[in-house]
Design a protein around this ligand. Structure first.
Ligand SMILES: *Cc1c(COP(=O)(O)O)cnc(C)c1O
Length: 461
């Protein structure tokens, strides 16, 4: 197919949209390690998880074998309101960079929540509703997940209680108001509403919170209320499963024009967008059908893959959640201020951690001023104002395209543009004013986090 025939935007017709999620675990030889009960150190059973999570979601969480899972019709109908997401050929960026590389991005910011998180929010709300629950609780850091969940819950008439990391609650009042517009109640975390919140406040008075704290509070709020369960916007296997819609669509769009990517890049916070984007391609690699280079991009200020350890750790600061085996900086690690709120989690999805440990995926960390330079360059030529999180992927896509310019290679690069940055203008402001700083923790800074990782035979010994 000749170059010029590839449109700026590759859309799928409604009848070409994927109707199944793809579960990459089915093709993994080394399965992600199971969640452990922190008391017994035995794998968590479905029964033990039932007090916290919805039944159908537990099934998906524990299912390492079913390759494809049909997307329920109600969810497909919701997806149609904002999907398929376009796969855009970044002709203007290529021209600006004068690179022979061909760059594509999958844009997930085309909905009010402004990110890919809605793909899993609607699925989780749907299963909660189907189980007859009254509502769900969750945490939100930067606010995208809370916003997405509020939208999904209002659509399905479910109550939604959001614990929002305090510094975001204060810095991002508009996100908070979007959530309230969709009927959610929003509490700054840590709060005095929960036992774990009061404990954290007693130990760290004046703390502006972290995702790990907010998770502990949201779990407590769910388990102490009749008819409520807790839902999580990233990290878990089930979330990667729902986000596989990103990769399935990307693959269908590329296949339509016989395009085979060489490099696939995504930003990595808890790993859900990256896991979703690469899943079907990783499946081909795992089955030995094709080879791709996958790159996870994380902030230098919160480098769980590039500087973390692979161990069982708590998913939350309050240590109320099960233990997950993952690349982690320690559940006590509170990253220094960074404007990509969605990438400030101490750990990484167990599925991606295993793939990374098996050498099937690479990881890079980038500093935030370099990230915003890429964001601005991208916005000026491609028009879209990217989220700071997404801009981590843009940074590495540009770096790879510039390498092609040196070598003359015509590589095809695909990256995930996970969302828009309209609520992040303070971050852009500090970049423009030249006051933005690059925080890189020293080994000394990382030490207390590692030391607090639970120790038992086979773990961190
Ligand atoms: C939450 C978020 C991320 C990071 O989360 P993952 O689970 O790693 O995908 C990235 N980009 C945007 C816009 C987000 O909202």
């Amino acid at each position: 197919m000749s170059e010029t025939k590839i449109p700026y935007k590759i859309y799928l017709e409604e009848n070409e949209m994927p109707t199944r999620w793809y579960n990459v675990r089915a093709d993994m030889k080394n399965k992600p390690a199971p969640l452990l009960n922190p008391g017994t150190l035995q794998p968590m059973t479905a029964e033990e998880l039932e007090g916290v999570f919805c039944e159908e979601l537990i099934k998906q969480e524990l299912d390492n074998d079913t390759r494809y899972i049909d997307i329920p019709q109600e969810i497909l109908d919701f997806y149609k309101m904002y999907r398929p997401a376009p796969l855009v050929r970044a002709y203007c960026l290529e021209k600006k960079l004068q690179t022979p590389a061909k760059i594509y991005y999958k844009f997930e910011g085309n909905n009010t929540s402004g990110s890919h998180k809605l793909n899993s929010a609607i699925a989780q709300a749907y299963y909660a509703k189907k189980q007859g629950l009254k509502g769900v609780t969750t945490e939100t850091g930067a606010g995208q997940w809370g916003t997405a969940l509020s939208m999904a819950c209002s659509y399905l008439d479910l109550d939604c209680k959001v614990y929002m990391v305090k510094c975001s609650y204060e810095q991002k009042p508009f996100r908070r108001e979007v959530m309230r517009t969709y009927g959610a109640s929003v509490t700054p975390s840590p709060s005095m509403d929960t036992e774990v919140g009061r404990k954290i406040l007693a130990e760290h008075p004046g703390t502006t919170g972290s995702l790990g704290c907010a998770i502990s509070e949201a779990v407590e709020a769910a388990t102490t209320r009749e008819g409520y369960r807790y839902v999580l916007g990233s990290v878990l296997n089930q979330v990667l499963l729902h986000q596989s819609i990103i990769g399935m669509e990307t693959k269908a769009a590329l296949d339509k024009y016989n395009i085979t990517p060489d490099i696939i890049i995504g930003c990595a916070g808890g790993g859900s967008n990256l896991g979703g984007l690469i899943s079907p391609f990783m499946g081909e690699k795992l089955r030995g059908e094709k080879d791709y280079q996958f790159i996870a991009v994380e902030p230098a200020s919160c480098p769980s893959l590039t500087r973390g350890v692979y161990a069982y750790d708590f998913c939350d600061t309050g240590k109320v959640c099960p233990l997950a085996k993952m690349y982690t900086l320690g559940s006590g690690f509170i990253p220094s201020a960074n404007h990509a709120g969605g990438l400030r989690y101490h750990g990484m999805s167990s599925t991606l951690s295993q793939l990374y440990d098996d050498g099937l995926m690479e990881a890079r960390s980038v500093e935030q001023t370099a990230v915003f330079a890429a964001a601005e360059e991208f916005a000026r030529v491609e028009g879209i104002l990217p989220a700071p999180e997404s801009s981590h992927a843009i940074r590495v896509a540009i770096d790879e395209a510039l390498k092609c310019k040196e070598t003359g290679e015509e590589k095809t690069i695909v990256f995930g543009l996970t969302g828009t940055g309209y609520f992040d203008m303070y971050a852009y402001e500090s970049f423009h004013d030249g006051t933005m700083k690059d925080y890189i923790p020293t080994d000394e800074d990382l030490k207390p986090g590692f030391e607090a990782i639970p120790k038992f035979p086979g773990n961190m010994m």
